[in-house]
Design a protein around this ligand. Structure first.
Ligand code: ADP
Ligand code: MG
Length: 257
């Protein structure tokens, strides 16, 4: 693992967010160090996207302390490319840079999309569009990169490729990363730390000190997976799912008889 650069890129204390009368975030404390890769886990509706949007300054939220130093870039679950602009123009859109086109071309090369620079977004595959979205975030050279479930719509093979790519890009640029995911394995494959959001609070903050590249079969990986799944309220019990097979068979047999 590359050496961690000193300094916090994010320091949040007592972040609160209400929607109408309902409190979704109940006082979040969160530090992210420069170059640190943090995964944010939580059940659907637990407030992960709300927290990410607050960090991006996209939604109003109140906090006792709110410091996000440097530039922030976001990539969402849907690539959100502007369909009437070519891929390169999507990257240069709103980009402040001495030579935006050269910077955008370099970012496309980094994600292996040079040959699609002049393509229309709607002609890209899901994986290509997601890589373009990553390039658009990276070309901003963010100090904090916010990723909201950016891989969940991709097929399993594409996801493996893009995980590798994200780790390479992270190692090269060393932004602080907050990756929202509901996939425990994804968190354990990528991150230095996993946070679990529950009831509007950070319920767990677990350091992931596994050697890289990570292996799902590693006993510490398996142990951490069990711990995080339990925290998320999922009982990691293979036997119960096996129980369903004979049950299903008997239901089927009953149906035939
Ligand atoms: P997650 O990303 O963890 O699935 P969200 O942050 O999207 O969860 O949502 C957290 C809660 O806040 C949910 O109950 C959701 O319905 C609610 N919520 C999110 N956005 C809005 C909004 N714009 N207006 C009202 N309620 C919202
Ligand atoms: Mg969400």
């Amino acid at each position: 693992m590359a050496t961690r650069l000193p300094g916090a890129v994010t320091r949040i204390r007592g972040l609160v967010k209400d929607f109408d009368e309902r409190r979704v975030l109940h006082g979040i404390d969160l530090d992210i160090q420069r170059g640190e890769f943090v995964a944010l886990l939580g059940r659907s509706g637990s407030g992960k996207s709300t927290l990410l949007r607050a960090l991006a300054g996209l939604d109003g939220a109140t906090a006792d302390e709110f410091t996000v130093s440097g530039d922030v870039a976001v990539a969402f679950q849907e690539p959100r490319l502007v369909p009437w602009k070519r891929v390169l123009a999507n990257l240069t859109l709103g980009l402040r840079h001495d030579d935006p086109k050269a910077a955008a071309r370099a970012a496309l090369a980094e994600v292996g999309l040079s040959e699609r620079a002049e393509a229309w977004p709607l002609t890209l595959s899901g994986g290509e569009a997601q890589r373009a979205s990553l390039a658009r975030a990276l070309v901003r050279e963010p100090d904090l990169l916010l990723l909201d479930e950016p891989f969940s719509a991709l097929d399993a093979l594409t996801r493996i490729t893009i995980h590798k790519l994200v780790l390479e890009l992270w190692a090269r640029h060393r932004p602080g990363v907050l990756l929202v995911t509901h996939d425990v394995d994804e968190a354990l494959l990528l991150a230095d730390r996993a946070l679990v959001l529950a009831d509007g609070r950070i319920a767990r903050d677990i350091r992931i000190d596994l050697p890289r590249p990570r292996r799902r079969e590693h006993p510490d990986f398996v142990a951490l997976r069990g711990e995080l799944l339990a925290e998320l309220g999922v009982v990691p019990d293979d036997e119960s799912s096996e129980d369903l097979v004979p049950l299903k068979d008997s239901v089927l047999l009953k149906g035939i008889a």
